[in-house]
Write a protein that binds this ligand. Structure first.
Ligand code: PMP
Length: 453
């Protein structure tokens, strides 16, 4: 018998085979669509990551609303993945739907600002504390632009990131720390530049390494999530950010905080909840209630430097921005979402359920004495295959186990519950109910009971 993370691996493999067969047997329509898709969609899916789920073929969605969705074979699911945060406030929130319907009568995109633009910017300033804003279509683009602005404004060339981070498909951040040395990620396709030239990478929670990397005075910006959320979860040590911010300031670098995921912490993100003072703030995915858009804000001081850099640049393309950015449709979605969906009341509900979820999962882990733990960032919960939460990207990477993750995910999916692929992230939204959460805990317990060593 082989053991893996406290489970009997032979039993886990048997469960996997059974669950794959069960899935295939009850999904004739998804199977047909997958076969059709194979004819003209490269990789058989409209975006190749869609093959990274635990299912033997793609699960096709018919409709998604609130915390739920229905597949094309008529099965209902509670969605704890929520589009990996894109639908963190529920699928198709009513106010956003109404705003989109109204805007649909008034045009989608003109490359001119609509009346919603100043309202949205002032609301972002009120919430997140940074006075000046720009927009993008995705968080990836927002981060790409932020790096460019920071370099242009400071005249410095380098960006500093934390090992194990993810900030979207921004080439600059695909550098890992392996045995203490920066290494360009070899999964990156078609990348011909040496990214290590302008990217520095240090471990999260390591102040000495941060200081050493800042010392040369060549870092334009430190791009960071306040807690790592894309390699499992890694929380900052108590006092880490106070000290890290002081170092960044002392060495004349800018701090860009990417709150695309940690917006789960509260209405003002982790930044407001924990009193961070970034120079740049990035938010994507859920900000438009699931409609593609993202935003980034600057401190007053950096905004001045950014504007000066633009003014003093030769005329021509800045390399920043895209044609559909800040289009009327996305602005209407952001306004409705900020005004009526991302509310204190919505968060209060989400926090309460996330607490129940985390304590329920912990109880199951303790009952079966699994060497696992549960980490939480507000409405975002993650179970991880280690007894104490990882303190940095290297530790977090070591305990990822995609094979085991996929078995658990498929087991839950076949019982009407979807969690995020790639690791074990579970989101609750304003429409999730306590019953949904208890059912998830109970299915998780059933899986463990069936496979525990
Ligand atoms: N920043 C963070 C922290 C993210 O987690 C992600 C996506 N997971 C992104 C940026 C990129 O978002 P998108 O794929 O929508 O561009």
């Amino acid at each position: 018998m082989t053991h893996r993370h406290g489970l009997n691996w032979d039993k886990a493999q048997a469960v996997l085979q059974r669950e794959r067969s069960a899935f295939a047997a009850k999904m004739p329509r998804s199977r047909d669509l997958s076969a059709q898709a194979g004819q003209h969609l490269l990789f058989g899916v409209p975006m190749h990551w869609m093959n990274d789920w635990s299912t033997p073929f793609s699960l096709y969605v018919e409709a998604a609303k609130g915390a739920r969705f229905r597949d094309v074979d008529g099965h209902e699911y509670v969605d704890f993945c929520l589009g990996d945060t894109g639908a963190m406030f529920g699928h198709a929130p009513e106010p956003v739907g109404r705003a989109l319907a109204a805007q649909a009568q008034k045009g989608f995109t003109t490359m001119l600002p609509s009346e919603d633009a100043p309202w949205v910017a002032s609301e972002l300033a009120r919430r997140f504390g940074l006075p000046y804003w720009q927009f993008a279509m995705t968080a990836s683009d927002a981060n790409r632009f932020v790096i460019r602005w920071a370099r242009a404004a400071t005249g410095r060339s380098k960006v500093l990131i934390f090992n194990g981070c993810y900030h979207g498909t921004v080439d600059d951040v695909f550098v890992d720390l392996i045995d203490g040395a920066p290494v360009q990620r070899d999964s990156l396709l078609g990348q011909v530049y040496d990214l290590k030239q302008y990217t520095k990478v240090v471990e999260f929670n390591d102040l000495a390494a941060l200081e050493a990397a800042l010392q040369d005075g060549d870092v334009a910006c430190v791009l960071a999530e306040p807690a790592l959320t894309n390699i499992g979860m890694v929380l900052p040590d108590p006092g880490y950010w106070e000290a890290a911010q002081a170092l960044i300031r002392r060495h004349g670098s800018q701090l860009a905080i990417d709150e695309t995921h940690t917006i789960s912490t509260g209405v003002g993100g982790y930044t407001r909840a924990f009193g961070l003072q970034p120079d740049i703030f990035v938010i994507g995915k859920p900000i438009g209630g699931g409609v593609p858009c993202a935003a980034y804000g600057f401190s007053a001081e950096l905004a001045q430097r950014v504007q000066a850099a633009k003014r003093s640049a030769p005329p021509g393309h800045s390399g920043i921005g895209t044609t559909l950015t800040a289009n009327m449709l996305s602005m209407a979605a952001m306004r409705a979402n900020l005004a009526e969906v991302m509310t204190e009341a919505a968060y209060a509900h989400m926090f309460q359920l996330a607490e129940r979820l985390a304590s329920g999962l912990r109880e199951v882990i303790a009952r079966y004495q699994l060497p696992w733990c549960v980490t939480q960032v507000g409405a975002r919960t993650e179970f991880q295959f280690c007894t104490t939460p990882p303190r940095n990207g290297s530790e977090a990477a070591q305990i990822l186990d995609s094979e085991l993750e996929q078995i658990i995910h498929l087991y839950l999916l076949n019982r009407g519950q979807l969690i995020t692929p790639f690791h074990n992230m579970i989101l609750v939204c304003p429409d999730t109910t306590a019953t949904d959460v208890y059912k998830l805990i109970s299915c998780f317990a059933d899986f463990v009971a069936e496979t525990v060593a």
